[in-house]
Write a protein that binds this ligand. Structure first.
Ligand SMILES: Cc1cc2nc3c(=O)[nH]c(=O)nc-3n(C[C@H](O)[C@H](O)[C@H](O)COP(=O)(O)OP(=O)(O)OC[C@H]3O[C@@H](n4cnc5c(N)ncnc54)[C@H](O)[C@@H]3O)c2cc1C
Length: 471
């Protein structure tokens, strides 16, 4: 049966002005924005509690030009981040979405802080991986769990109904593409139809759908998927059935440092602050600061598909700023040694190549030179004992392609015409990473979740208000 059925087949028990499918960062931000703009809004979430990939993330969000940056003396602008995106994607970022996100990012972070009490702060060590300025914002604990808890609490305070265990399984629409409501299926198989004035698709991408990943992103299809399991590409399926255009379905974020076998996401700061990765031969094999996605592919190509993050004491301390690194350490995943000979023995790699790799990094720190892959090492972040190592593998974190949208996050057809009342954001919509994996600039995931969510929520509220006024 098609995933979009005619309105005549629906039995709407209730109708709400703005309906949101998915309660991750995008869905909850959209709901808060719709409510802020005066609309009644309901969120439908398939899982038992709102979590999504958002809860698994490090909750790092770029905000070029924010007041937090200004307070830290960092000069940055939306245009500068847009230019960074152009460089990273070789000019292939979606210009409309990238403009919308870069221009509203700082205001969105400040709105979440001022209006809903999210205690953002600047994240250190983040002028890396293609960001020409330190512009990452985080919450004090540095985890996505904290972020989603704040958003859920804000939704509750605003009186927004977040209905969980409500799997949206079908949409209802009129012949002109106007969405009139959805069907939800409960865990016991029971169904309920809910009507709506506008629908926001915030069900993220299709990382949890192995078949779609094989079809659209074959280069990373064999990797572990480490995102939210319920993200199965539903929005793309519904949008297509309604005649929407899709863009960059081969886009994704891979990650080069998922603790193996502990499945804990190690942060990138330990690497960008001077850490290195070596394979089982004790040898480096690429520029660890090039891109997380291409890094995942490099790691997966090494013997056995896993490698070691190697930190000196300073890199280890920086990595330990995040709770998850401390957790990995408590679980015994991180090995510690006073010398590289000892560390090599503990992780089972030959000592001499490991010592050569570290010696090269130390030398490049002193001379500010570049290695054979073009990586430069900061002079004040020399690797020094004691040394630390953790085994990691490459993984797929989330997909970045999706429904084509306009400057208000309205879903559009191939000819650019907006569907009457359908919006999308976060992983459900086309991202700003261009095609493939190499264009992912860290933070693109939550940037598009929060900024597109906010844009969609406000625009959906305006749309239903206009319609109500006209009736
Ligand atoms: C380990 C990890 C670390 C990351 N770190 C960062 C980071 O630091 N910074 C950054 O910018 N990005 C990061 N990302 C990416 C970021 O988490 C995602 O881009 C972002 O969370 C997407 O938000 P979303 O709201 O679109 O999706 P999600 O947060 O995944 O929410 C989608 C929700 O929709 C629900 N859903 C799906 N289908 C249905 C349906 N049919 N009916 C009802 N509900 C449905 C799902 O259950 C889910 O709760 C990371 C990702 C991972 C996996």
């Amino acid at each position: 049966m098609s995933s979009v059925r005619p309105t005549s087949e629906a039995h709407f028990g209730t109708t709400v002005p703005v309906l949101v499918a998915g309660a991750g960062a995008c869905g909850l931000t959209a709901a808060l924005a719709a409510r802020d703009a005066g609309a009644e809004v309901v969120v439908l979430e398939r899982s038992v509690v709102p979590q999504g990939s958002t809860s698994m993330s490090s909750a790092l969000i770029p905000g070029p030009g924010s007041r937090y940056q200004r307070a830290a003396g960092i000069v940055d602008t939306p245009q500068r981040m847009y230019d960074d995106l152009l460089v990273k994607t070789k000019g292939r970022t979606d210009p409309v979405v990238a403009k919308l996100c870069t221009e509203t990012a700082a205001a969105t972070i400040e709105w979440l802080a001022d209006r809903f009490g999210l205690p953002f702060e600047m994240a250190p060590i983040w002028q890396a991986f293609g960001h020409s300025r330190a512009r990452m914002h985080q919450l004090p604990g540095g985890t996505g769990e904290e972020f989603i808890e704040h958003l859920t609490a804000a939704a509750e305070r605003e009186g927004i109904d977040v209905i969980t265990e409500a799997h949206v399984t079908q949409l209802f629409a009129d012949a002109d593409g106007t969405v009139t409501g959805v069907r939800i299926t409960r865990p016991d198989g029971g169904t309920e139809d809910i009507g709506c004035g506008a629908l926001i698709l915030a069900t993220s991408g299709f990382g949890g759908n192995a078949e779609m990943v094989r079809e659209h992103v074959p280069e990373i299809a064999e990797a572990t998927y480490f995102g939210w399991e319920h993200n199965r590409g539903d929005a793309i399926r519904w949008g297509r059935a309604l005649g929407a255009a899709v863009r960059n379905l081969d886009a994704y974020q891979g990650f080069p440092a998922l603790a193996d076998p502990h499945r804990i996401s190690m942060n990138l700061e330990g690497l960008s602050s001077g850490g290195i990765q070596v394979n089982v031969h004790g040898e480096r094999f690429y520029n660890e600061c090039e891109s997380p996605s291409t890094g995942a592919l490099h790691v997966l190509r090494q013997p056995g598909g896993s490698v070691f993050n190697i930190y000196g004491q300073r890199q280890f301390e920086i990595a330990c700023d995040r709770k998850r690194t401390r957790m990995a350490d408590e679980l015994g995943a991180i090995k510690h040694a006073a010398t590289l000979d000892e560390l090599a023995g503990m992780i089972g790699v030959p000592a001499q190549p490991l010592k050569d790799a570290v010696a090269e990094a130390q030398r490049l720190c002193a001379t500010n030179g570049a290695d054979r892959w073009g990586r430069r090492f900061e002079p004040d972040l020399v690797m020094a004992p004691p040394f630390h190592a953790i085994r990691v593998t490459g993984a797929l974190y989330h997909t970045q392609g999706g429904l084509a949208i306009d400057h208000e996050a309205r879903v559009v057809r191939e000819n650019g015409q907006a569907l009457p009342n359908l919006f999308a954001g976060g992983g459900a919509a086309v991202g700003i990473s261009g095609p493939g994996g190499a264009g992912y600039l860290p933070g693109n995931g939550l940037l598009t979740a929060t900024c597109l969510g906010r844009a969609a929520g406000s625009a959906a509220a305006r749309l239903v208000a206009r319609r109500e006024a006209a009736e």
